[in-house]
Design a binder for this molecule. Structure first.
Ligand code: COA
Length: 331
């Protein structure tokens, strides 16, 4: 036994910024950003915190699932940008929504939500839980260097959530990592220990706390791994391209999604779902937000087979195949 998805929810900050808005203070242009990433606009935290968004997404997912916070047995939150180091974001959400269950965070960068689903499957297999809340939430705007045009135009904020119940709808799940600090990193805030003898690894100062990214290297890793992981996932689940109803890829760059789609011609390209145009790269929120959006549009029908696939800092990869049995919405 593993799980079925009972309900989904998502929340975006109220502040929406277009490419033109960014080109007012960065040496960039709407034309460049659209052509190189597919992004037209993104939502960024202004007044709201990432905890606020996570709670909104969680409450919506609970409503859609038809259960209350008191029915939850475990809350898992995937994030790399929690407001606090202590307590975890999962505990902050637990308190705010009025749940009483265990709660903890995981960090697998943009692959985090799918890592969390993989962990969830273990709790169901051990029959430790009936209802779980899994959140993917990030506010990358808080750790982006807003003078660095190569990252500031890509990353964005948001939160997505799914409420799980007992079922058998996880057909296969894969997680992986290729440890690499150099190509995508942001250091933690340092304390003021009088005993600290070492500097940052590069001998650098506090700007290391911003995101650093070797875009081309990440692009190469992402394109190769997304294709490889989707092929292996189908094999693990005993599926062919014809069985696949939709692919929900991490929304990092439209060109990465198009590349993976071109290498998998047995899955029609329109089956690769996107919202990167309007949302940008929301890291761990990317896939649950995409799932919630297409769910509410009535895109998914009972029995549909969904392939979810992500990559991110770490470098991490994760993917899973799900049978859709959630609440049915009208188109
Ligand atoms: N606006 C205008 N020009 C920009 C720019 C911007 N926002 N960012 C970079 N450029 C410039 C570069 O300075 C470079 O100029 P040069 O040729 O004069 O040196 C040129 O555009 C090409 O840069 P390059 O880095 O080769 O661009 P790219 O086509 O690889 O696109 C990324 C850059 C970041 C969009 C792309 O590499 C990417 O998406 N990588 C994957 C990142 C990712 O997925 N991250 C998330 C991981 S979860």
């Amino acid at each position: 036994m593993n799980f079925t998805i009972l309900g989904t929810g998502s929340a975006m900050p109220s502040l929406c910024k277009t490419n033109d808005d960014l080109s007012k203070f960065l040496d960039t242009s709407d034309e460049w950003i659209r052509a190189r990433t597919g992004i037209e606009q993104r939502y960024l935290c202004g007044e709201e915190s990432i905890t606020d968004l996570s709670c909104l997404a969680a409450e919506e997912a609970l409503r859609e699932a038809g259960i209350g916070a008191a029915d939850l047995d475990l809350i898992l939150c995937a994030t790399a940008t929690s407001e606090y180091r202590i307590p975890s974001m999962a505990c902050l959400v637990q308190e705010r929504i009025g749940a009483q269950c265990a709660a903890f965070d995981i960090n697998a960068a943009c692959s985090g939500f799918l890592y969390a689903l993989d962990i969830a499957a273990g709790y169901y297999a051990r029959k430790k839980v009936k209802h779980m809340l899994v959140i993917g939430a990030d506010a990358l705007s808080e750790i982006v260097d807003w003078t660095d045009r190569s990252t500031a135009v890509i990353f964005a904020d948001g939160a997505g959530a799914a409420v799980l119940g007992e079922g058998d709808d996880l057909l296969a799940s894969r997680i992986g990592a290729r440890g690499n600090r150099a190509v995508l990193y942001a250091e933690n805030v340092k304390g003021n220990s009088p005993f600290r003898m070492r500097d940052s690894e590069d001998g650098a100062q506090c700007e290391e706390q911003y995101i650093h990214m070797d875009g081309q290297e990440v692009f190469r890793f992402a394109s190769a791994s997304m294709t490889r992981e989707l092929k292996q996932l189908m094999k693990d689940a005993g599926l062919t391209g014809k069985d696949v109803s939709y692919v929900l890829p991490h929304q990092a760059n439209r060109r990465i999604i198009d590349f993976a789609s071109s290498k998998l011609p047995e899955i029609a390209s329109e089956r690769f779902l996107t919202n990167i145009e309007k949302r940008g790269n929301t890291s761990a929120a990317s896939i649950p937000v995409l799932m919630d959006e297409y769910n509410k549009k009535g895109t998914f029908k009972h029995g549909d087979i969904l392939l979810l696939t992500a990559f991110g800092g770490g470098l991490t990869t994760a993917s899973c195949a799900l049978r859709w049995n959630g609440k049915q919405y009208n188109k």
